[in-house]
Each structure stands twice: as C-alpha cells, then as structure tokens.
Design a binder for this molecule. Structure first.
Ligand code: ADP
Length: 520
C-alpha cells in the first residue's frame, strides 16, 4: 500500500533519493522477509492494516535530516522506532499501512556512562542487553532499569513511557537531557543542553523556560536521537522477596497495606502484585491444567496454586541498602503484610529453582532477561495485546478494576492474566490478553473484549497509560474532557511542529489538522 496521495512513480523516485543518501541496503522497500520484519508480530487482526510500505535506516543525525528533506518534499509519512520491540503494543509497525518505518537501530552508540554522577547517554538503538553488557564489561557499579523483555531499548521504552522494576522504575522520571530532530530538520537540545558547553546537561532536568521533554514522549512531534538516563548506584545490599496471598479479593487489603509502605519508601522499587495465572504461566501451560474452552475453572486454579506454591496474588519487591536498614525495614513490611490472612513470605533461598522468582529478582536489580516471554506458552503459540489502565493505590480502586477486567475476560472466554505495577502514586494495571496466534476466531474475540474493556474502564473513570496501535484513537477519545481540549492542544502543536504531518501519523491518536488521515 502506498502512502496517501503519492503516485507509484513519486514513491519510486522518493525511494531512489533515499537510496542515494542511505545506500541500497538501508532502504527496504521490496517484498520479502526484511520488510515483513517490520510488521506487528502479535497483531490481533489482519496485519495489512499496519503493514509498512518500506523501512529506512539512517546511521546518524545528518542522515535523518536528509531523510526528512526527502520526506517533506514527497509528503512521505515516517514512523520512528528505536529497537522496535514494543510487542503487545504494535511492535515495529506503524499505525497506518502506507507509512515508512524510520528504523533507528543502527544509531546504537552508548555515548557516555558517567560513574561519578550515575547516568548514561544513549542513542535509540541501544538495547537493555547492550547497556548491561557495557556496564558489566567495565565493572561499573551502576544499575540500569530494564523493562521485562531485555531486548527492548532504553530509549524506545522511555519515549513510550514504559516502566521497570527497580527504584528507578518510572523511566521518564529518570530521564534527563534529550536531543530531538524536528520535522523541519532542526536539532534541539532540551533543558540544560541548550546552553553552550553545557556542564549540567544530564544533571538537571528542566533548564530555563518551558520544559518540553514530555511532549516528545508518546507523540509524533519529533525524532528523539539522544537521551540521558539516570542510573542507580549499586547499593551495599539487595534482598528480593515474595509475599503470596490466598484469595482473589485480597487485592483490596494488599493495596491498602501497600500504600503507606510505598509512599514512605519502605518499598522503594516499582513493585508488582502479580495475579495467579501471570505468575503460573511462566512455568506451566494451560493445557496441563485444563483442556476445555473458556476461563480456567476454580478447581484448576486451586490445583495450580497448590502445585506451584503460589497465591492468587503474589507481591514482589526488594530491600536495598546496608544490612541494618534492610533488617529494620523488613520488620515493618512483614508486620504490615501479616495483617492479610494467609500471607506467606519468601526470600531467594526459599524459592530455589523457581524461574518466576529468579527473573523478578533479576529485574528488580537491573539484570535484563527474556523470561517473561514464556507467558505466551500459556496457550501454545501465543501472541498478546495489553490493556493497561491506571489505578489509584487504593483497595477500592484496585478491586473494582480487577472485577471489571476479570469479569469481562471471563464473559469473552479469556483468562484474567494481570498484574499491578506499583508506581509512586498509581498502579499500572497490566492485563495481558494472550491469544492463539493463528486462530482467527480468537483474534475476533480479543478485539471484542478489548473494545468492551476500553468502554467499561472509561465509564468507571479509568484511562489507559499506553496502548496498542489499533486502539490509539479509541483511547484518545476517552481523554475528552472540555471538548477534547487536551487533544485539540496536541493538534495545534502538531500543526506548528510538523505542518505536513509526516511524523508518525496517528501516534497516540494525534493526527495533524491538515492530515488526510485526520481521525479517520
Ligand atoms: P522498544 O523496542 O524499546 O519496546 P520501540 O523502539 O518499539 O521500543 O518504540 C516504541 C514506540 O515509541 C515506537 O513505536 C514509536 O512510536 C516511539 N518511538 C520509539 N523510538 C522513538 C524515537 N527515537 N523518536 C520518537 N518516537 C520513538
């Protein structure tokens, strides 16, 4: 499919000009596995809807500027990606078929790791594994904060406002300093970076004047080419732990107990309260417990919990610091969670050989891994899309969201596979909708379920923090207070910064005012 309003002849000319700038190898316009690698591998529908027309891969900022000149001339829409591993939210694919993916993974330099001030500066193509290996090889005593799949990128995850598991788990909070290329080719250094010979580019986030870094996240206002990210100094001690709780509705009390612990920083990291099946699916598959249709029956859930020695909820967090502090904090934490009947407590030594504990223990101390992908085996050759509303850290809020989501899942024939990721004042409630990759009927069911989830959550007052390509418009519509004032302001910014609408049309439901796709 061609970009809108472009003839085949113009498209071919644009590709030739791009080849002249980037070399033939880095303009991927022909049918074949290289171009297919930019499809959404987990699409819950026909992939054609977001099949990219081509992909182009510049090696540096100057090549990006040259690509932009050609894109502006031909009105060629470009979808920037960093490592393109945003699986569950669309992977490397663009929102619209007929868009050209701007693949930045060749720009993969770790520009600086500053041990004294504990930060790194990276380009888009740096994966968590890359940064981890860099720190390890040089014996640098700084921890990074990976998302669950370690092949994802430091920048891609951050600009999509993803989260991790250490005390630096809110990735955008740990960001400091950004370089962005605007649609007209201007290179912008934000905040302190805008002073010549900046001495505090990655130490103070805000600089002088309006602080703009946020508008380059989950948006289509620019191409981010460098970011600074604060790293956590290795603490003198680390002790991950698990607390299991027997009943589904315990989520109410767990969350009430947790709030003061989290606000008081006795739980310093981005902790997780993990549902039964999420916890189990890392280790076993559904077929081992049930071969019928519909959600897992209660009897099978009970067997699962007892075989694996897990709870209906499983709370993972960690202690960090000198022994004396960890010991004291633990006393308060244990005493608090003991209020929940049936709570059981485990440290690493108690869960030897448990892959679920092992990968969580790694993530909470900044070691990237790929274990969470085993979840997809729950249904055999599984794919997933994620539904991710924000919940307050209250028992009522968590229980209500859990009931809405579990009941809708069950009504549509799916298991509830969810976890609450506990941030500073909120919880990201992540529902992983796992479905059989090659089953059209299940894909249709996922789509129906997803629509119902968006609507019911919105009616109950909950909005999502991030979403799959297919639902960006639907979720943008739920942020409609005062006649879409927020989204209208995005459209004004879009029209000012990218009047031709060439950057990531439709990203997060933001369309250029004059775009031919406008809110299609
Ligand atoms: P990851 O592989 O880390 O999960 P991706 O590279 O897939 O992340 O990026 C996730 C999304 O963030 C992309 O689909 C795109 O919308 C946006 N994005 C990624 N990198 C950039 C960038 N350098 N500039 C602007 N937007 C980006």
């Amino acid at each position: 499919m061609l970009p809108p309003n472009l003839t085949q002849a113009d498209f071919d000319r644009a590709m030739d000009e791009l080849r002249a700038v980037l070399g033939r190898e880095w303009v991927i316009a022909e049918d074949g596995p290289r171009r297919a690698s930019y499809r959404d591998p987990f699409a819950p529908r026909d992939v054609d809807k977001s099949e990219p027309t081509a992909a182009v891969a510049p090696a540096n900022v100057s090549e990006i500027q040259q690509v932009l000149t050609i894109a502006r001339q031909y009105r060629l829409p470009l979808w920037p990606i960093s490592t393109g591993r945003n699986f569950g939210y669309g992977g490397p694919a663009p929102r619209h078929a007929g868009t050209v993916v701007l693949d930045l993974k060749r720009m993969n330099r770790i520009i600086e790791v500053n041990e004294k001030h504990a930060y790194a500066v990276v380009e888009p193509g740096v994966s968590y594994f890359d940064l981890y290996r860099y720190l390890q090889a040089r014996k640098i005593k700084l921890w990074m904060d990976p998302a669950a799949p370690g092949w994802g990128g430091v920048m891609g995850n951050l600009v999509d406002r993803g989260a991790g598991y250490t005390p630096y788990g809110e990735h955008f909070m740990a960001q400091c300093g950004m370089q962005v290329v605007l649609a007209d080719g201007t290179i912008v250094e934000t905040a302190m970076g805008a002073t010549p010979n900046a001495k505090a580019r990655h130490l103070y986030k805000y600089g002088h004047g309006a602080w703009v870094d946020g508008i380059f996240t989950q948006s289509n206002f620019g191409i981010v080419t460098q970011i600074g990210i604060w790293l956590m100094p290795e603490p003198p001690g680390y002790r991950p732990y698990l607390v299991t709780f027997p009943h589904e509705d315990d989520i109410h009390q767990i969350t009430e107990v947790l709030r003061p612990l989290k606000l008081g920083m006795l739980v310093p990291n981005a902790a997780t309260t993990v549902g039964l099946i999420w916890e189990a699916a890392v280790k076993v598959s559904r077929a081992q417990y049930y071969d019928g249709k519909g959600p897992l029956p209660d009897s099978a859930r009970k067997r699962l919990a007892s075989d694996l020695n897990i709870g209906n909820w499983n709370f993972y967090a960690a202690l960090y610091g000198p022994e004396a502090i960890m010991n004291n904090n633990w006393k308060v934490i244990e005493e608090s969670f003991r209020q929940v009947n049936g709570a059981k407590f485990y440290f690493e030594a108690d869960r030897g050989g448990d892959p679920a504990f092992a990968y969580r223990a790694q993530l909470m101390r900044g070691i990237p891994n790929m274990t969470e992908y085993s979840l997809l085996n729950w249904v055999g050759a599984g794919s997933h899309v994620d539904f991710s509303p924000i919940s307050p850290v209250t028992g009522d809020g968590a229980l209500k969201q859990f009931h809405i989501m579990r009941d809708l899942c069950h009504r549509h024939g799916f298991d509830y596979i969810g976890e609450f990721l506990v941030g500073w004042r909120d919880m990201h409630h992540i529902l992983m909708l796992v479905f059989e990759r090659n089953d059209e009927e299940r894909k249709r069911a996922v789509r129906e379920l997803f629509e119902a989830l968006v609507n019911e959550a919105a009616q109950a007052g909950y909005g999502e923090y991030r979403t799959h390509l297919d639902y960006m418009d639907a979720i943008a519509e739920t942020y409609h207070w005062n006649e879409r004032a927020l989204y209208r302001s995005f459209e004004m910014m879009k029209d000012a910064l990218d009047p031709q609408g060439i950057l990531a049309p439709g990203k997060s439901g933001i369309w250029a005012g004059r775009s031919h796709h406008k809110r299609s």
